[in-house]
Design a protein around this ligand. Structure first.
Ligand code: PMP
Length: 426
């Protein structure tokens, strides 16, 4: 199909993320992707390919069309692409679960394989609420989080995103009213730690769990904070009998410089969510891991089952690719690659600091952020980046990048030039 025709049909029928209907978005048509490059069906701003500065929203850590991941998908496709998981099991899912247990903190022993990050968070919340019901504390049904977070677009995740001024504000009146503390400061502040302890203590009787994104708050504002607060949360949760959930959907698999962001604090959660880079961005899969204590508690309840069972649970294709992606990551010196990209981002984004309208530049692991003092003109900023041959997706007052780990130094420098151009234009 010619891309003009395709775009006309897209405009007529297709929803895009956070997009209006009908047809007021103007997407670029991607014909194929390889390495860190997206090849366009029609040139845009004189470019027929773009370096992907977004890793397709944190996920494509190994780049596109990777021979190892392709082979894993092909090999599995010849055996079976999917079978229901109720009453049946298979090698890819079992191997993946065992692998996840092996690489995540020790108390996490049980794995629920779902099909998206938002569902993984729903499952995490369900596990925590059900745990307390099962052990005879049914009043513990609320969640506590800090402001500025993002946990997905379905109902429970939306309730733990920022309800005031956040992207789900529209629903703030009807979502479950959760407990919020202010956003975590970058550096350790005892007064903030005290606020966390106080809020957890004060609400302990009604709190099932605390849920946070460790070290990096992603889509809620791309803010970083010291891992020290994770220790404070762990201690306060232990003291007051509250479960701790880490949402590592964006940060997991090396992005922040440690395999999981919480590893920087040496803190183990009771429940943890992973997704996005789990399959190297190939297929839709996420996972919720929990401790034996949580699983045993649920199993002792009046209803001793976790009543959740998505059709595509444990999808063998996705699980086979996830196993290959994790093996591929761990077989290389990924810490070196992340540090290398971090150094490139620091160097390349430093010059953005002096641009008019730039409030702050921050880099953590393979994540670079330029925050403006105004909301970005998305169309102008995106066009400026495309002109530089780079794909970025700015939002609110942020222009940011999280490149695939295979991005060369030269391409990191080009991404930085594009971020600077987008900041100047937007
Ligand atoms: N949690 C975090 C921290 C995320 O960044 C995201 C996705 N941006 C989600 C949950 C939701 O994941 P998904 O888009 O796969 O539903």
């Amino acid at each position: 199909m010619r891309s003009g025709e395709l775009l006309a049909l897209d405009r007529a029928h297709v929803w895009h993320p956070y997009g209006p209907m009908p047809g007021r978005t103007d997407p670029l048509v991607v014909a194929s992707a390889a390495g860190v490059r997206l090849r366009l069906a029609e040139p845009a701003e004189g470019r027929d390919e773009l370096i992907d500065g977004m890793s397709s929203w944190w996920s494509a850590i190994h780049g596109y069309n990777h021979p190892v991941l392709n082979e894993a998908a092909r090999g599995q496709l010849d055996r079976m692409s999917h079978v229901m998981f109720g009453g049946l099991t298979h090698e890819p899912a079992v191997r993946l679960a065992a692998k996840l247990v092996e690489i995540t903190p020790e108390p996490l022993q049980h794995v629920f394989l779902s099909d998206s990050g938002s569902v993984a968070v729903e499952v995490a919340a369900k596990m925590c609420l059900q745990y307390w019901r099962s052990v005879g504390r049914p009043a513990k049904q609320r969640l506590l989080t800090w402001r500025g977070g993002y946990h997905g677009d379905t109902w429970t995740p939306m309730s733990v995103c920022d309800p005031d001024g956040g992207m789900h504000e529209l629903w703030s009146g009807v979502l479950t009213r959760q407990v919020f503390v202010g956003p975590p400061p970058v550096e350790y502040e005892e007064s903030y730690a005290e606020q966390l302890r106080e809020a957890i203590g004060r609400h302990a009787d009604e709190l099932a769990a605390v849920i946070v994104e460790p070290v990096v708050q992603g889509a809620g504002g791309m803010r970083f904070h010291t891992p020290e607060y994770l220790r404070v949360l762990r201690e306060a949760c232990d003291e007051h009998g509250v479960l701790l959930v880490f949402d590592e959907i964006a940060t997991g698999f090396g992005r922040t410089g440690t395999l999981f962001a919480a590893d920087a604090a040496g803190v183990s959660p009771d429940v943890m969510c992973v997704g996005k880079a789990l399959t190297g961005g190939y297929l839709s899969m996420a996972a919720t891991l929990c401790s034996s204590e949580v699983a045993d508690g649920i199993s002792r309840g009046e209803v001793p089952v976790l009543a959740h069972g998505p059709t595509f649970m444990g999808n063998p294709l996705a699980a086979a690719v996830a196993c290959a992606s994790i093996d591929l990551l761990l077989a290389q010196d990924w810490q070196h690659e992340v540090k290398r990209i971090e150094a490139g981002l620091r160097e390349g984004l430093a010059a953005a600091e002096s641009l008019p309208g730039v409030r702050e530049v921050r880099v953590q692991g393979a994540i670079g952020v330029v925050q403006l003092d105004h909301d970005v003109d998305m169309a102008a900023a995106t066009t400026a980046a495309v002109r530089e041959g780079v794909w970025l997706r700015p939002f609110r007052d942020l222009i940011y990048t999280m490149p695939p780990f295979v991005t060369t130094d030269e391409d990191v420098a080009r991404i930085c030039a594009a971020v600077r151009a987008a900041a100047a234009a937007g």
